[in-house]
Design a protein around this ligand. Structure first.
Ligand code: SF4
Length: 233
């Protein structure tokens, strides 16, 4: 029988934090200060290709590779070299998923919010009841899943549990270009850590400064969208 774990965010005014912002906070708390306190709002470059990769990936899991082929072949009526190269990439993804069995239990872009958890989020894909995040064009030999993505999966699992009233004890990370996937256990420790970060983030946003010593990692700064505008690096 499902028992709620009783997590409750300390957001008195019903404020909710997005799981995606929480992920950024775990990556580097100064992103959140730069965005919400200093008011620097940099929109990530629009990556139509990522939207298309996600859509084809969803179609593969939901309707099968034949349906995905039909979508890609229909888009092939062009002489644009860039688009043709991109379609080649999509075909490679379809090839890599040849052994996948489609399932009706696949959903995409599910928005969930819980005032009690103080969380909201848009889950890119739910497969067999498990939240799934997609890695595109990432060298899978890098291995270890970073903490910020584990926290993101954990936040999605907590939201799904709250919404569906069932235990969600795993999340999936899928390397889309090879279809390899890792099952991440949503342990009690990870759930607790998710709430600790959530509360740090809320405190940070209320106080306008990071409440504890944090060592800036120049390697992160190198790949951070905010590097040109961040006053903390
Ligand atoms: S530039 Fe560096 S310190 Fe600033 S937000 Fe990005 S990762 Fe953090």
């Amino acid at each position: 029988m499902f028992m709620r774990r009783g997590y409750q965010a300390m957001t008195a005014e019903g404020v909710v934090v997005s799981a995606e912002d929480l992920r950024e906070f775990v990556f580097c708390p100064y992103i959140i200060l730069t965005r919400y306190i200093d008011g620097v709002n940099i929109k990530p470059p629009k990556r139509y290709s990522l939207d298309a990769l996600h859509k084809v990936h969803y179609i593969i899991h939901r309707f099968g590779i034949e349906s995905a082929y039909r979508v890609v072949v229909a888009a092939k009526q062009t002489n644009n070299k860039k688009i043709l190269n991109f379609l080649k990439e999509l075909l490679e993804i379809i090839e890599a998923h040849k052994k996948i069995t489609p399932s009706e239990d696949v959903f995409e872009n599910i928005n969930l919010t819980s005032q009690q958890l103080g969380l909201t989020g848009k889950i890119p894909m739910i497969r067999d009841g498990l939240p799934t995040i997609e890695y595109f064009k990432i060298n899978e030999e890098k291995g270890e899943i970073p903490l910020w993505d584990k926290i993101l999966l954990s936040a999605y699992a907590l939201l799904l549990e709250y919404h569906d009233e069932r235990d969600v004890n795993y999340g999936i990370v899928e390397y889309v270009s090879t279809s390899r996937e890792l099952k991440i256990e949503i342990t009690e420790e990870l759930r607790d850590m998710t709430f600790r970060y959530l509360h740090w983030m809320i405190r940070t946003m209320r106080s306008g400064r990071y409440p504890m010593k944090y060592t800036i990692d120049p390697l992160k700064c190198n790949k951070c969208l905010y590097r040109n505008d961040c006053q903390y690096k």
